[in-house]
Design a binder for this molecule. Structure first.
Ligand code: FES
Length: 109
């Protein structure tokens, strides 16, 4: 079994990164300088504790939630909390445009 897992990140373009198996998705995205947060939440966030809900992304396939806050996101159809997702299998991640904090901007048509 490989120690890394391919994760395809979609924003304006599509990039595949190799992520250490078991790494938190948020940390993997930040390691590669992807914009997980809004302009203020980039500096003022909960540090990956699953509390601020500003690290949201869309993920496919969507792993089962293991954190109560991420489970609530699934239940209400919100994007997933990248700090609450562990990378164990290949996945496709869409980054979301956000306002200052973490509010998601509508996707352009
Ligand atoms: S970094 Fe705060 S909920 Fe993910």
């Amino acid at each position: 079994m490989s120690d890394t897992v391919p994760v395809t990140v979609v924003d304006d373009s599509e990039t595949t990164i190799a992520v250490e198996r078991g790494r938190t998705l948020r940390d993997a995205l930040l390691d590669h300088d992807f914009a997980v947060y809004g302009t203020v939440s980039r500096h003022a966030n909960c540090g990956g504790r699953g509390l601020c809900a500003t690290c949201t992304v869309e993920v496919d396939p969507a792993p089962e939630p293991t954190h109560w806050h991420d489970a609530a996101a699934v239940r209400f159809g919100y994007p997933r909390l990248s700090c609450c997702l562990t990378v164990d299998e290949p996945m496709r991640v869409r980054l979301l445009d956000k306002y200052v904090w973490g509010q998601v901007l509508p996707r352009p048509e």
